[in-house]
Design a protein around this ligand. Sequence first.
Ligand code: ADP
Length: 591
Amino acid sequence: MRISFKLKLILSYFFLIFISLGFVAFFLDKNLEEKALQEIKTSLINESRLIESIISNNPAALNSPEYLDKISKDLGSRIKSRITILNITGKVLADSEVSLQQALNLESHLGRPEVAKALKGKIGEEIRYSSTLKIDMLYLAVPIKENGVNAGILRLALPLTSVQKVLFAVRKTIIIGLFFTLGLAFVLASVLAKTLIKPINRIIYISSKFSQGDFSRRIFQSSNDEIGLLAATLNKMAQDIEEKIREVATKNQHLEAIFNSMIEGVIVTDESSRVISINHAIESLFDAKGAAIEGKFFLEGIRNSEISELINNAMNSAKLISKEVTLIMPVQRVVQVNVSPIFQQDKVTGSVIVIHDITEIRRLETMRRDFVANVSHELKTPLTSIKGFVETLLEGAAEDRENRINFLKIINNHVDRLSNLINDLLELSHIESKEIELLKNRFDLSSLVDEVVMGNKSQARKKGVEIKSDLPQGLEILADSGKIEQVLVNLVNNAIKYNKDKGFVRIYSEQLADTIKIVVEDSGSGIPAKDIPRIFERFYRVDKARSRELGGTGLGLSIVKHIIELHSGSVGVESVEGLGSKFWFTIPNLI
Ligand code: ADP
């Protein structure tokens, strides 16, 4: 059971007043009782002296029981006390409460303490319970002197009922007074406690708001006493906490912003590998929402056993662990994973996992390696041939005119190939370099296409390929005409090169929403579906031997792609193997 502070306060007051009044009442009672008894004793002594003097003035009195009987009964009724007269042997000579006969037959009173004391010449007194009357009695005995010698004993007995009656009345008044005072004290204590408790209740109410996180409230400080000081201290504390919370919140916001804008994915776990938080990069890397991962065990949320093992190793060894991991889901990616344990007083309490997506770096590395290998290979083939033919010539073949001419023609072809390759490589590196500037101007695309068609007419004629342009006259675009010409030359060249005998090449345009699409269609060999996604890569060729034989470098389409992308357009191909291809590119409309 909870006893409120107010009740405790009231009870304390109550208890204090009760104890103090109790003490007062107790001592008062004790004092009164003693005083009353003393009073009675004094009057009994006086009375006994008086009776003793009456008896001792009559010399024959002690020898006349009838006289003593008369006197005791007479005086006893007057002073409302029992009078007993004894001789010095303790024998009863007369008693005011019994007949003379009975009195003479009573047993010796010598054994009574008050009588014994009186025999020694002193005043004997005692309070004793009378078994005959069943009440407390006050006994007082004095010696009766005859010529200065003890001749008998006079004993007075007074029932104490009257004293007790008086005391009872006094006690009753005291107790009533006590209860009345206590009642009054209770009422006053309640009022006082209420006044005292009011500011405390206010403090409790506002403190409960603090505990709920509302630090905007302040406790009204009505006094400068201890409670007022407590209120002031709590107000100060709330203000400090509010400021601290604001500071922490701002810091948190900054950290959150940094955390979420990081390119690296970050995961924080606790000591049981439960995910505490992740950043946006992790959400996109694993294609999952934070809510689906946070709060779960790492393996439940992210389902990558390799990284999970790294986390366990890092936490067990209390060391940073790094490893390159290949993610399969949702898309294949190569990531660098660094797991650092979090320490709190030398104890590992979690881990921070930083995941760096290095797919692009690895891809570029592979591309660079492939490119170097491809270039070396492309250069090596014609160079080996040239060296072979030059050596043969040096060994004597040069003597023979026919051989000499033939070999020199072959060498010339290879040199052309080398020079084409170097030109294409230079062109490509120029386009890929960030420094290139497009010389954009408005020009008539249909005229440019006509020129390209004209330039390739003789080559087409050799293969019996018919080539024509269906572009509408006066189709103007805003672009670098020199570069667009190169695109058209590369596409038309390929369309003729990879065409069949008596095939056709058609160039036409389509007006789309915000771009113009130019299509170079041919009736050639077409491209197998599996090669289409890679056809625009450098050195990618469907049929390497055929391409080389036709003087191709494998860089034409790559150059096309780069030029079009520089113009913010796109390139593509639709092709059916054996039927032909449609290579297309788009250029944004004139604005
Ligand atoms: P290449 O110098 O070998 O022609 P490209 O980059 O121009 O280099 O072309 C790459 C490869 O694409 C070619 O080797 C060829 O296999 C294929 N290709 C290009 N254009 C066509 C086309 N119109 N029809 C069929 N295949 C083509």
